[in-house]
Write a protein that binds this ligand. Structure first.
Ligand SMILES: [Zn+2]
Length: 217
């Protein structure tokens, strides 16, 4: 998921206790765009928690940071596998970092279901943001990089991110969740920003110089 607001100072940011160390040393890969079939089908489940998975996840992490994203699903680098990564602040500004394989999403129901009408953007449709109402709290269960059971929950942008990335692994992009008018606005914004995002983006982006809102709006 793309970040719609400039990143705050990254020093001394509070990190959630449930955060894990994301694998480093991966290779930045070109971002797969909406329209590619891998973005619009249910991903294959993860069954092997091996070096191949670790290597894939390291590439996903490198690509997410190069693109200044807050979350990334495997299909966004063209891989048909049900795993996503994130490094995303919640509504209190606390950073959540993690990896989820085979995610199962739980959302509030009834009177607990409150919609957050915030803006959303996707690294696979870069440079475009529109409001997308979603529950303001989400919980995801699944497996971590070693196959152990994990469960993460949160608020704010992090709640949105858990929903957005789980959606990706079920072949849903957020344009599927907005009305025609919003979808047209989104498309126009993406087309207007297209020059900033060559087809191999974010390959070649210096991570030191991404961020600070460069890709916002
Ligand atoms: Zn996305």
């Amino acid at each position: 998921m793309a970040r719609s607001l400039p990143d705050g100072p990254s020093d001394d940011v509070a990190v959630s206790q449930t955060s894990v160390d994301l694998p480093q040393g991966g290779t930045v890969r070109p971002m797969t765009r909406w329209g590619d079939p891998v973005m619009h089908r249910v991903a294959q489940p993860v069954t092997s928690y091996d070096e191949g998975l670790r290597s894939l996840v390291a590439d996903m992490v490198a690509t997410m940071y190069a693109a200044d994203g807050v979350g990334l699903a495997a299909c966004q680098i063209g891989v048909d596998l049900a795993v996503f990564v994130y490094d995303c602040p919640d509504e209190d500004g606390v950073a959540h970092r993690g990896i989820v394989c085979n995610p199962v999403l739980e959302l509030p129901e009834g009177k607990d279901r409150l919609l957050d009408d915030g803006e959303e953007g996707c690294l696979s449709y870069p440079g475009a943001f529109v409001a997308c109402p979603r529950p303001d709290f989400a919980r995801v269960t699944g497996e971590g990089l070693d196959g152990s059971q994990v469960g993460y929950e949160g608020t704010g942008l992090f709640a949105r991110c858990l929903q957005h990335e789980t959606d990706h692994l079920f072949g849903t992009v957020f344009a599927d969740r907005i009305n025609d008018r919003a979808r047209k606005k989104l498309r126009k914004a993406m087309e207007n920003a297209a020059d900033e995002y060559p087809l191999d983006w974010p390959v070649g982006v210096d991570p030191q110089h991404s961020g600070a809102g460069q890709h916002a709006d």
